[in-house]
Structures are given as structure tokens and as C-alpha cells.
Design a protein around this ligand. Structure first.
Ligand SMILES: C=C(O[C@@H]1C=C(C(=O)O)C=C[C@H]1O)C(=O)O
Length: 196
């Protein structure tokens, strides 16, 4: 797996409601609007799953993220960027805006555990509606050496949603990278040959 040393990468995107897009197929729509843990869904497709933390630090969120967090000006925040790998391939680039208070208390030991393991094992979390984006370029292209992907995908799709737990809000954005199973037909033969 290539050595990765750039942080923050950021996500330069315009986010809109799903209804404003012509999502090319039902399978991709199902992945983009999946309300359960993305980590768990990906882990079910591979015996080799890994979270690679690109960085996590107390740095400013971008304008779009600040606008999406109603209490952005009231608290300190950390940016966390990770790549979720399946079978050694980069499947998802995720960027989260997290309350520094949670990062220093409840999630002080998060490290390279999936954030979803904390969120989806706590019934107090409430998820907002997804907004969707399409990216013309791969957000991790600048840090991946070697062939980026075997799968030709003109456009990359992503989603973002806010979570609330008690008085805290956080934002999670996930870009499905070219090798993500979300783009691979789930007919039994093609999926087994592509992602296992
Ligand atoms: C929110 C989830 O956590 C995943 C793991 C993340 C992390 O470890 O930073 C970020 C976003 C997700 O892809 C999830 O599994 O749905």
C-alpha cells in the first residue's frame, strides 16, 4: 500500500439533494443513500478491510462544511480524513468534521478504528438526510502512486450527512473511489471476481 503523506486533501464539491441527480443505476443509488454503516457494508464484501488515517487535526472546515454545521462558530472542530481499503484497494475517501470535545473524550482512542463503529453502536446518534455530489476527478489522485484503478469510471459519486448526538453535531462525507463495490455490478459472478 503506497506511503501517504498529504493532509488535508479536502473535497472540492457542490452538494445537492439526491433528487437533483440522475443516478445511473439503482445499485449506486442504494449505496449512496444507505443509512446504515458504510464500514459494515464494505466489511461484508472483503476479508481484508483497513482504515488508513491520512490525518486528524484541529484545522478549519471549508465554507460548505461550516454552513452545514449550525453550531460551527460555537465550538472547536477537528478534520479527519481516511481512506477505507478493501483487498488492498482504495474504496472510499472519507472526510469528517468532528467536535474537538468528542475527539478529546469519547473518541480519544479512535485512531484507525472506523468512525462508524462508534456512531452506529450508539443509539443516541441521529443522521440527517444525505446530500450528494459528483466529482470529475479522484480526490486521492495526488497521493496514490501506481495505477489508480482498474475500473474506468468517468465520474465519482459521493455523499455527505450530518449526525447529531445530544447537543453535538458532526459531518461525514464519503467519496466512492473507482474501485468501490458501489460501481461494480452485484451479479454474483462479477462481484465475487471483483472484490474478494
Ligand atoms: C460513518 C462511518 O464511518 C466510516 C469511517 C470513517 C472514519 O473512520 O473516519 C469515516 C466515514 C465512514 O466511511 C460508517 O461506517 O458509516
Amino acid at each position: 500500500m503506497p506511503q501517504i503523506n498529504q493532509f488535508p486533501l479536502g473535497i472540492k464539491a457542490t452538494w445537492n439533494q439526491a433528487a437533483q441527480y440522475n443516478i445511473p443505476n439503482q445499485q449506486l443509488a442504494d449505496w449512496l443513500l444507505h443509512t446504515g454503516s458504510l464500514t459494515e457494508r464494505l466489511q461484508a464484501l472483503t476479508h481484508n478491510f483497513e482504515v488508513r488515517v491520512l490525518g486528524q487535526a484541529t484545522i478549519d472546515a471549508d465554507e460548505s462544511e461550516q454552513a452545514a454545521l449550525v453550531d460551527y462558530d460555537k465550538h472547536d472542530w477537528q478534520i479527519r480524513e481516511v481512506i477505507l481499503y478493501g483487498n488492498g484497494k482504495p474504496w472510499v475517501f472519507a472526510r469528517s468534521v468532528l467536535p474537538e470535545h468528542l475527539c478529546k473524550t469519547t473518541w480519544a482512542t479512535l485512531g484507525n478504528q472506523p468512525l462508524g463503529q462508534r456512531i452506529f453502536n450508539d443509539d443516541n446518534f441521529v443522521r440527517s438526510e444525505f446530500v450528494i455530489t459528483q466529482l470529475a476527478s479522484n480526490p486521492i489522485a495526488s497521493i496514490e502512486d501506481g495505477p489508480l484503478t482498474e475500473h474506468e469510471t468517468e465520474v465519482l459519486w459521493g455523499r455527505r450527512s450530518a449526525f447529531q448526538i445530544k447537543d453535538w453535531h458532526l459531518l461525514v462525507a464519503e467519496i466512492f473511489l473507482p474501485d468501490c463495490p458501489s460501481y461494480i455490478s452485484e451479479s454474483a459472478d462479477s462481484l465475487n471476481s471483483s472484490v474478494k
